[in-house]
Design a protein around this ligand. Structure first.
Ligand code: SAH
Length: 258
């Protein structure tokens, strides 16, 4: 029976796709990939004769029509998405019409650019007694934010914020975070094309100067903004250690000493 798979391609480096995603690409009969965002090298695993199409320039209707048409002919159809398909990936609006046609659907998760960006900077998104919470969000642009989810509201938690789709709105990010009580010298990490071989750029700055730094580096697309009280902790002289490896802390797999 035909099945349409929504596969997370990962953040850019073709090596960051999952084994499951890669195995599916190898057996796929048709692949529709998001051209501007998914590295074409992921397609090197497609078998000869696999129908490969770039969705750049296609609207939702055309994408859905293509997937349905391929599913009628083939057994394994892939929609290759950037990062994880469940984050800003228009997943549900593609799944619903397939459901209506009775076409079987599966999702393979992917490494999100939020994780790849933290990795690029050797940063931890959580740190004991600093923050234990991560918010994945965006700044309001053309897509309105639901009530209670504006950046000034979310930023009040002073936890880690990973801001997608917001690099052109840094002025608003600055203003919103200041309004929520963050200080001007709060550290910020911006990663452009995290994990893309030879293309990744890491910009470090503060709330006060990050916008200028990004402008100098001409970064205005495909960038993740991470604002967090944990940024730079690699160089702190003192950190609270995790209980997980603490000598005096027992858990399921290890008894405490003494
Ligand atoms: N599903 C994707 C997000 C898609 S929305 C994921 O899980 O990563 C597109 C936004 O993701 C971009 O505006 C940017 O903020 C971020 N993004 C995608 N790939 C990126 C990368 N390689 N490096 C930094 N940010 C990236």
């Amino acid at each position: 029976m035909a099945k349409v798979w929504f596969v997370g391609a990962g953040p850019g480096d073709p090596d960051l796709i999952t084994v499951k995603g890669r195995n599916l690409i190898e057996k796929a009969d048709a692949i529709l990939f998001a051209g501007s965002l998914v590295s074409e090298t992921a397609m090197r695993w497609a078998r000869p004769g696999c129908e490969v199409m770039d969705s750049k320039g296609m609207d939702l209707e055309a994408i859905v029509a293509w997937l349905i048409e391929q599913a009628q002919e083939d057994s394994t159809v892939i929609r290759l998405q950037t990062g994880d398909p469940g984050l800003y990936g228009a997943l549900i609006e593609m799944v619903q019409p397939l459901d209506e046609q009775g076409i079987d659907v599966g999702v393979v998760p992917g490494v999100s650019s939020a994780m790849a960006s933290a990795a690029a900077g050797v940063e931890s998104l959580t740190l004991p007694e600093v923050t234990q919470t991560v918010i994945l969000t965006r700044v309001e642009g053309r897509t309105p934010m639901p009530e209670g989810e504006s950046l000034p509201e979310l930023a009040q938690h002073h936890c880690t914020l990973c801001l997608f789709l917001s690099i052109t709105l840094l002025k608003k990010v600055q203003a919103d975070l200041l309004a929520a009580g963050w200080s001007e010298d709060a550290p910020i990490l911006v990663v452009h094309k995290a994990s893309w071989p030879g293309e990744e750029k890491i910009i470090r700055g503060t709330l006060a100067d990050i916008r200028e730094k990004c402008r100098t580096e001409k970064i205005n697309s495909q960038a993740m903004i991470i604002v967090s009280p944990t940024i730079g902790s690699r160089h702190w002289s003192e950190i609270k250690k995790s209980k997980l490896y603490d000598k005096s802390f027992s858990h399921r797999f290890r008894k405490a000493e003494g």
